[in-house]
Design a binder for this molecule. Structure first.
Ligand code: GLN
Length: 187
């Protein structure tokens, strides 16, 4: 199994550290030529979704990755990665891959609650520590997708077939359970 980690911007290195700990092979997607390699899963890290969206277009990565996701490539989006997969943003006109049937609010916790940590249950995984950094949450979710975790009444993790998203950053904790769940989606 080989995982591709989108590494044009944001916290991709932290995901790679988790994959190292789990003994999983991976490589970084930085250029169009990287898409020539075979991979079984894709991680879209946290960062700045506007910048990542722009770079995906400029580096000519966008169309190939979108097609792979539509064709069933397992993908895990954290935070900005969740924004990239969302079909609607409630406070932004942009749509990026738009492959996951949900409405996401960017920077949903405002300035004061911009960053916080909690522990909550994720369906199919159990309790995990959750680190939120200027995080989005899912305001509403379509019929094709399923909410996996809720914090303060807001959906913070969801799955739609081959697509997994979390508002929070498990890669910034030493808990590997969410990544293990993602890897179990590949096969
Ligand atoms: N606020 C960022 C955005 O809208 C996401 C934050 C993150 O990925 N930590 O792109």
């Amino acid at each position: 199994m080989v995982i591709a980690v989108l590494a044009v911007q944001g916290s991709f290195f932290e995901h790679e550290r988790i994959l190292d700990r789990l003994g999983v092979e991976y490589f970084e997607i930085r250029h169009k030529s990287d898409l020539g390699r075979d991979f079984d899963g894709l991680i879209l890290p946290g960062g700045e979704s506007t910048t990542m969206g722009k770079l995906l277009r400029e580096l000519d990565l966008f169309d190939t990755l979108k097609k792979k996701i539509i064709d069933g490539l397992p993908v895990y989006g954290t935070c900005a990665g969740m924004i990239l997969l969302s079909s609607r943003l409630s406070n932004d006109d942009n749509v990026y891959f738009g492959t996951m049937d949900m409405t996401v609010r960017r920077n949903a916790y405002g300035r004061q609650l911009g960053s916080f940590e909690t522990v909550a249950d994720v369906k199919g995984i159990g309790e995990v520590p959750m680190v939120f950094i200027r995080a989005p949450y899912i305001e509403s979710i379509g019929e094709k997708a399923e909410a996996l975790a809720t914090v303060n009444g807001n959906i913070v993790a969801a799955r739609q077939g081959n697509q997994l998203v979390t508002s929070f950053h498990p890669e910034l904790t030493d808990n590997t359970k969410v990544h293990e769940y993602f890897l179990s989606m590949i096969k």
